[in-house]
Design a protein around this ligand. Sequence first.
Ligand SMILES: [Zn+2]
Ligand SMILES: [Zn+2]
Length: 759
Amino acid sequence: MRVRFNITGIVQGVGFRPFVYRVAVRNSLAGYVRNRGDAGVEILLEGEEQSIQNFLRDLKEKKPSLAQIHDIITTTLPGKNEHKRFAIYKSSKETELSGSVIPPDIAICAECLQELRDPKDPRHEYFFITCTNCGPRFTIIERLPYDRENTTMHEFPMFSLCQREYTDPLNRRFHAQTVACLTCGPKAYLTTSSGEHVQHSDPLREAGRLLSEGTILAIKGYGGFHVAASATRDKPLQALRKAKHRRAKPFAIMARNLEGAKSFAEVNSKEEALLSSYARPIVLLNKNSEYSLSELVAPRLHNVGVMLPYTGLHYMLFDRVDDTAFVMTSANPPNQPIVKENDEALKTLGGTVDYFLFHNRKIAYRCDDSVLRVHGTRQSFIRRSRGYAPAPLMLKEKAQRCVVGLGGEMNNTTCVLLENKAFISQHIGDVENIETRVFLQEATNHLIRLTNSRVDTMACDLHPKFTTTALAQELAEANGWSLIQVQHHHAHVAALMMEHTVDKLVGIVCDGYGYGVDGGAWGGEILFCTRKSSEFKRLGHLEPQPLLGGDMATRYPLRIAAAMLSKKVNVEPWLLKHSGKLLHGETEAKLIVQQLEKGVGVTETTSCGRVLDAVAAVLGVCYERTYEGEPAMKLESAAVKGKDALNIKPVIHGNMLDTTQMLNTVFENVGKTSTADLAYSAHAYLARGLASLAVEKALETGVKTVGFSGGAACNQILAGIIWRTVENAGLKFLVHEAVPPGDGGVSFGQAVAGGFFQF
Ligand SMILES: [Zn+2]
Ligand SMILES: [Zn+2]
């Protein structure tokens, strides 16, 4: 019998061809296997029918753990058998199949780690040790098919050892495109901040020693540069904060191992599994009572972002030092993508760091670390990037259209929806300037190319002035795609609906800002959503509150607090007392009071983020937002040990949850009740209020499911209380587990709205 299988899925870069080779040989089959230009794999088999059946069974049951088979297209071929044996053929350029993709970057596997540590192994202490089961993939592949010459490894021709293993069917590195060794592979080296080589026989251990001693290093990894420093010394962290203009934004850290992480943070079994998974994301862990890292790592927060080493290089940094952890934060200039080129690093980071730990392998595509948080047994993505992108989310239904969702403005990603697969890009960032816009466009094109998608629809935000809206219009016009615009919070609900395959949902969406259907600033919404966009309705929202001076109000939460309080009390004495926390002190405080009296320069917002900001200011938890979400994050940290001491009854006027009364009650109790209890009570009020309103609307409209999305859904106190309230009312509660609830999930929401909803 002669038969051809064309396989789509994640089948390149995961050891699939060597696996197929072994299974074919074991079943006495002749023929070949080869990679295709569309990221799929073609197999031709000649032999007994029973052997082919056995082959297929093994293919499905024993496939490499990183491989995903989406589809097997079988063609029985006429004619005589032509092959005497089975072989791996040179890749073909064929590209008519869609929907396959390359895998994400994979953390160093246990076998490679053992070899790294084994003095008898030829790759002992070689930082770039990889095999068919591990190493960079997404960030190393320049074009398809996945062959060495199409990766940034093409600059490193294999010598004897690597060549031998690469061509040995029984070896773990048989056809491993990233195979390299001390002799033939990439080299690491140290330089000063201005790029002068520092001669050292052991640059990696030396880098670890330098970090331990208090110097700051930029370290090149798989998908970009990290800036690294000691996690226990204040001095380098102060210097780093000053140089990076990051006064308070938490730094991620890399712990030497799991035990190390447990010495300063609480780690439950779910968190342990995530930390150790091949994706090796940053997991937000609660600091424990023995927390002894510098307070400058994650100032005034109850948790800290921790990851474990994921490359040989990372492991070696810890070899000669006692440090439990190093700060390891993405190196990106303000509002720009993570740095990936050596020259670029010297230029943009030279003023910040003392040394560079470079290597001479190029990064094809940049990719930041992923960030997750665990709530009970559920995971919640704060950022879905390295280790996850570009692997698709498998949906239960197939879309009729092939859609690109270009996302919104902040924390952006891009998404390609093809049938039942949603390919969400790596983290792009805030699309405010030319660099991120270019990155977004490149990432979109790359994703379309990798998946060989034939796009017909472009989806973007409703905001008329977003960079992404303009780019979407441009691309749609240039390519002849139809264009749909999806309201920001509508996209959040759509994401939740299609992640869980529901037809109807009452969604609570809480975040900082989204352009509303009425042009207003939305952010604390209760929305009704079905698969007909004409049925999308705003059922309820938070009380609109005055936003005094636009962006200034977001940066200085005292402004929104003053505006909210002024509805009930004379706010002047309080504001004057805290005027030192405003940019222009007393003058500004007086101006604010005047503006409030006259109602000048005031727009309104229903944002949940701004209400949390106001509470943070009233409680003195945070007066200035130096990074996105800072006041709300600090407020959650302040509330963690609190209880619902005030138990304020939700005040609901029609479709609106009052927030003025709540803030005033909190204000009146400052000094009488602990900050923790007040912070918790404010959370409890918002959560109970929004959940009650959503439950009431769900019962009215006959909807059985209530969901919670938006950036504030990462807040565990809000999410926990809403969850209990909804389930106590006998309704089903949904949150995101596979897609970020924040704006990193908007591109997916837009794409699924475009693919599954009637517009
Ligand atoms: Zn390996
Ligand atoms: Zn070699």
